[in-house]
Design a binder for this molecule. Structure first.
Ligand code: FAD
Length: 467
């Protein structure tokens, strides 16, 4: 990097927080999916909103493109560079302070670089609960969750990030600070900019602080691993669970045989519950705000058993058991990685169509690629599946046919009136397919908004929208 530019950056964040030695880039440039390897101009690590604002002003003056980065756990290439040596990566990971807590309003305001796991701990320290949760929570930041509108395993009960955020502070592409850190549940004064920045994948500004909506800590959790014959039975069980458990139903995860087999094979330390052999499993959890004398989950499973919906079930007898069950579900991405990788997706469908979708799409894919392994799992309760692909013989074979496989998958998603992204977003990975399937008018409006807020297109160019 040009030495005078480097000095200017160093004056803002301190010498040790401007990294331009590629041997020190490690986690900033290595993408979780191994699809993208970033080559930035530098990695810069600010510690405050003011520093972010000064950095952005300088970059805007010099027309240097900026990529905001949290934990770099995205699965779409959204925090990776597009052109070698052109963009700076602004890592938010030093910005992890609790700014204020207001338990009486059930809110907490944190800097955007706090990890999701740290957010959980801070909420617990004021006797509250923040429900957003998924396997990468040890590294994913709350700013990254906002930028991607992350989902996870508790959406069924609490909603996506969008529903869990009340206010945002954002550094705009010209360096000005948008202060929307409001703790209000109702604010009907015009366009909702908070909702515009949520899900914008860093293309409209850098989120620097977030007001989070908190909940009472559930007093009782009931968790079970269930075996059943097919996704139709899973849908019937889901309906029954909604009727019997009502709003306490907090997670309903469908898992096919293949990913469970891979966890058992590649991660032998992970304990897989022993159940009647069956092609599908469901992990179900209830979160009750008040303890009940009789188990709601037992009642639900008994009723499902009597109606031939399930083959077998094991109910967690302790917090440890429940953790073991969740560990199986959350180890699937790591098992895939250990096995040599997978093509992953995060499609969304009307829940009622999922059984037919799985049947027809699996048949189409198997016809085109008989060797393809289908690793299907996900948040059935939200209509969100990870319909992933592996090649048992040669792990890299799937990558050779990635585009054709995605063409078939997304064509079917479109036919069933679904979305190609439920929670991971678009990034670079799904850019072409998003243009193919999204309404042209929606793309046009997105482009106009981008142009209005970021006319020089310096914020994460080439993600979400084509350059
Ligand atoms: C094992 C594993 C499991 C996962 N499970 C789930 C899941 O169940 N549900 C789910 O939704 N996701 C899941 N993900 C995806 C990922 O963890 C989420 O998308 C997460 O929100 C990304 O957060 P991050 O801090 O790592 O963001 P990054 O990866 O660093 O960035 C992602 C995007 O956000 C932008 N960004 C980051 N920080 C900011 C900021 N402060 N301001 C503006 N833009 C910013 C980046 O520019 C980029 O566009 C999983 C990932 C892994 C590796």
């Amino acid at each position: 990097m040009d030495s005078s530019l480097k000095t200017q950056f160093q004056e803002i964040v301190g010498a040790s927080n401007v990294i331009d030695d590629p041997t020190l880039y490690g986690p900033y440039t290595d993408d979780f999916t191994d699809h993208y390897k970033s080559v930035p101009l530098a990695v810069i690590r600010p510690a405050s909103t003011e520093e972010v604002s000064r950095l952005v002003k300088l970059c805007a003056e010099k027309a240097i493109p900026i990529i905001a980065q949290g934990g770099n756990t995205n699965l779409t290439g959204s925090a990776s560079t597009t052109e070698p040596g052109k963009e700076i990566l602004i890592s938010m990971t030093r910005m992890k302070k609790l700014l204020s807590a207001d338990p009486a309003s059930d809110t907490m305001t944190v800097q955007a670089g706090m990890t999701l796991e740290e957010v959980h701990e801070k909420a617990e320290s004021i006797n509250r609960f923040f429900p957003l949760s998924f396997a990468a929570e040890g590294n994913a930041t709350i700013g990254g969750c906002c930028a991607c509108n992350a989902g996870g395993v508790a959406v069924l009960r609490y909603g996506t990030t969008r529903e869990l955020v009340l206010g945002l502070e954002v550094v705009l592409p010209d360096g000005r600070i948008f202060n929307g850190l409001r703790r209000l549940r109702k604010d009907n004064t015009g366009y909702d900019f908070k909702d515009l920045f949520i899900g914008s994948e860093g293309t409209l500004g850098i989120i620097t602080a977030v007001v989070l909506k908190l909940y009472p800590i559930p007093q009782q959790k009931e968790t079970a691993f269930v075996s059943l014959d097919n996704p139709k039975k899973a849908n019937e069980l889901l309906n029954r669970a909604k009727l019997i458990a009502g709003s306490s139903l907090s997670a309903f995860e469908l898992i096919s045989e293949l990913p469970i087999g891979r966890v058992a094979k590649y991660l032998p330390d992970v304990e897989v519950p022993k159940l009647t052999a069956s092609p599908w499993k469901v992990l179900i959890e209830l979160s009750l705000e008040h303890p009940t004398k009789d188990s709601v989950l037992e009642k639900l499973l008994e009723s499902a058993f009597e109606n031939d919906e399930i083959l077998d079930a094991v109910i967690a007898q302790s917090v440890g058991d429940a953790k073991t069950f969740w560990h199986v579900r959350e180890s699937i991405p790591l098992a895939d990685r250990t096995a040599g990788g997978s093509i992953h997706s995060d499609i969304s469908l009307p829940i009622s169509s999922i059984p037919q979708f799985i049947e027809e799409t699996s048949a189409k894919l198997k016809e085109a690629f008989p060797w393809l392994g289908l690793s299907i799992y996900g948040h059935l309760g939200d209509g969100n599946l990870h319909f992933n692909f592996v090649s048992p013989q040669d792990p890299k074979l799937t990558y050779q046919f990635e585009n054709q496989i995605r063409d078939i998958l997304y064509g079917e998603v479109n036919k069933f009136e679904g979305s190609i992204s439920a929670e991971h977003g678009i990034g670079m990975l799904k850019l072409e397919h998003n243009y193919q399937f999204k309404e042209p008018l929606e793309i046009e409006l997105m482009r106009k908004i981008k142009q209005a807020i970021d006319p020089k297109s310096i914020m994460n160019p080439g993600k979400l929208l084509k350059q």
